[in-house]
Design a binder for this molecule. Sequence first.
Ligand SMILES: Nc1ncnc2c1ncn2[C@@H]1O[C@H](COP(=O)(O)OP(=O)(O)OP(=O)(O)O)[C@@H](O)[C@H]1O
Ligand SMILES: [Mg+2]
Length: 478
Amino acid sequence: MSRNPRTPGGTAQFGEKDKLNVLILDDEVQFSEELGEFFRNSGFNPFIANTGQEGINVLRQQRVDLLILDVRLPGINGLDILRDVMVSHPGLEVIVVSAHGDMDTVIKAMRLGAIDYLRKPFRLADIQISIERTRKFFHLQQRLKLVEERNSLISESLEQKTDRQLIGASPQILKVLELAMTAASYPDTNVLITGESGTGKENIARIIHYASIRKDNLLFTVNSSSITESLMESEFFGHKKGSFTGALNDKKGFFEICDKGTLFFDEIADMPKNLQAKVLRAIEEKKITRVGDTEQVSTDFRIISATNHDLDKLVEEKKFRLDLLHRLNTLHIHIAPLRERPEDIEPLLDFFVKDFARKTNHSLPSIDKNLPAELKNYSFPGNVRELRNMAERAVILSKGNKLGIEDFPLRYSAKPPSGEESSGLNLHDTEMDVIRKALKASDYNQKHAASLLGISRDTLIRKMKKYNILIGKKEFIS
Ligand SMILES: Nc1ncnc2c1ncn2[C@@H]1O[C@H](COP(=O)(O)OP(=O)(O)OP(=O)(O)O)[C@@H](O)[C@H]1O
Ligand SMILES: [Mg+2]
């Protein structure tokens, strides 16, 4: 008799999320019904298949945690099925059912990776013992997975905690701090942070998160430009095991990981438009659906996003959705470039020098009294990050115990005389040239080159894309 896979007494049960799904693959109909009932009463979510093909169909359509496999199925060798599922479903555990006296098959099955076996005919007490063993095993496995997830998340958030101080004395930075504190006290309000590269957008995002009641949960940074487009949806929304090639396990996406925490969308302008629509829905509904799943999951996140692009312009150019922008910028914090707030240079310099001297066990050098004023003439295209890198370099390389302007090699001699570029200079070519030089000087190591330029690695990669600078076999191909 061939019937559709089902649970005992009805149609397939969906939605019993916390229960383990067990598939009983056995050609004896009555036996499998009884076994199914037994598993159901023991808190499992059972599926039944009476032929190899039915079994394969269930495995394709459902997440199955445990397979009870009769190795003597008509027309197909149960051991072949076992061998296949061990490869195609690595998280699946298998208990084989064999006839009395067929120890040879049992041994083969255990060698192939089955966790236990049951011999027919068996008493319900035998199954009970096996079920308890299996349940313990799954429990341990889940705990292990949780501990692993936690550890990786904890080390990430520890790292983030270390770099969040806001130094500055300018009215602009004090206003930024005031807005950040307002954002912290409204933990459900989405915040958009704008400003040039290196002005401290990510720093502010961290300050907001750690000053808010969400601080004990995760702050998770997502940079759209560093995720391949084909994986984006599953990275953001998670996926169900088997929903595409390579989806070996159920996986939570960013929105779920950040439940009760903060999701930081860095460089939001790089988010592809089709994803923007889905993200908008997630923000509006506070619910998501994993790829390949039908159920919705509620999640409580706050979004802080950052960009150094003009989003209004991108909206005009139809590259960014206006409705999403409205959702993201309930509170807008703009950080002015460092050249527009020269009062911050001295305290920042002081802070970075002390910080690096301490971290690297250098004796603390003094700062020449003319140095801050001289640095104020510089335009700091890489903003605070550039100043920080310069200070680090100066502390490491300076010979004497006083830092002067000679310890700060500036990229361009000074601020341009007016807002306009001097004639004959082309910003596009100059920038391209500087990037190439930095890459060369750092032996084509992008991280080092970005650090030399005082920009983040992501910004460097973006600019390399913009100027079509590719690195292949240590040569430029443009
Ligand atoms: N006001 C500040 N006080 C202390 N450190 C700061 C300040 N502003 C920026 N920084 C430091 O400067 C560096 C660059 O800042 P951050 O990464 O936040 O910039 P960003 O605006 O996100 O840059 P990008 O657009 O390139 O990603 C970081 O090390 C940050 O801690
Ligand atoms: Mg950043």
